[in-house]
Design a protein around this ligand. Structure first.
Ligand code: ADP
Ligand code: MG
Length: 240
């Protein structure tokens, strides 16, 4: 833990007065307005809100995929604002697992290769990356799909591959944009159970969802409206 991280009270993710404005002049869109949010190790947070309320923008900022117009995003005590693009990319690769709404799998790679690639980029030997990838696919119940290419899988299968990729390598922060959107409800519950277990093991996770029943799995639900955080409620945490 860095000194900065200790000062942040162990929060894995902090958004401090984060705003994001898209476009300029008459075309200006205030996608996020002064968001404050802290997510600690072990916490599973759901982000809900109407379409266009800023949920995906919040997630991309938290994942270092986009930069705040003002305010600061802090990952494990490290403010992203002061880092070079290369340094942000390294934080992203080592600390953050990101599940894109449209999966973002690499079409020319098999499921196993798609899942293992972040590890290989981080210098893990290919054999070990492959073994870890297989374990991650197995956790999501799709070990038998390892040699398939994305276009040989259903949307739900691709979504599970994308989730496996976000979990490999002990990433401390998992960010997922509607990670069950392509899944039937039984498989969706399995995926939520996997994310819950990851948080119980010490990770932090933020999930965008529009399904109210997902609140049963999370510790907190934050509600966005017009780029503002308007409400925060306690979730079921799958235990209480
Ligand atoms: P949500 O995920 O809740 O549906 P988004 O974060 O995608 O909302 O979008 C929030 C607002 O920001 C919307 O009004 C959307 O049109 C706008 N927006 C998002 N991304 C961009 C962009 N790259 N350029 C311009 N406007 C954008
Ligand atoms: Mg969205």
């Amino acid at each position: 833990m860095t000194t900065q991280h200790r000062e942040s009270g162990g929060a894995v993710l902090q958004l401090q007065a984060v705003s994001r404005v898209h476009g300029r002049g008459a075309a200006e869109v205030h996608a996020l307005r002064g968001i404050d949010l802290q997510v600690r190790a072990g916490e599973f947070v759901a982000v809900m809100g109407p379409s266009g309320s800023g949920k995906s923008t919040l997630l991309t900022l938290a994942g270092g995929l986009d930069r705040a117009s003002s305010g600061e995003v802090v990952i494990e005590g490290r403010p992203l604002g002061g880092l070079s693009q290369g340094a942000v990319a390294a934080v992203r690769r080592r600390a953050i697992g990101y599940v894109f709404q449209d999966f973002n799998l690499i079409p020319a790679l098999t499921a196993l290769e798609n899942v293992g690639i972040p590890r290989e980029l981080d210098g893990v030997p290919a054999r070990r990356a492959r073994a870890e990838a297989l374990a991650a696919l197995d956790e999501l119940g799709i070990a038998e799909l390892g040699e398939r290419f994305p276009d040989e899988m259903s949307g739900g299968q691709q979504q599970r591959v994308a989730i496996a990729r976000s979990l490999i390598g002990d990433r401390r922060l998992v960010l997922a944009d509607e990670p069950t959107g392509a899944l039937d409800s039984t498989t969706g519950e399995t995926v939520l159970g996997v994310l819950r277990a990851r948080c119980d093991a010490g990770a932090a996770a933020v999930m965008v969802t529009h399904e109210a029943r997902h609140a049963a799995w999370v510790d907190r639900v934050v509600l966005l409206r017009d780029g503002r955080l308007v409400e925060e409620t306690v979730g079921g945490g799958a235990r209480r």
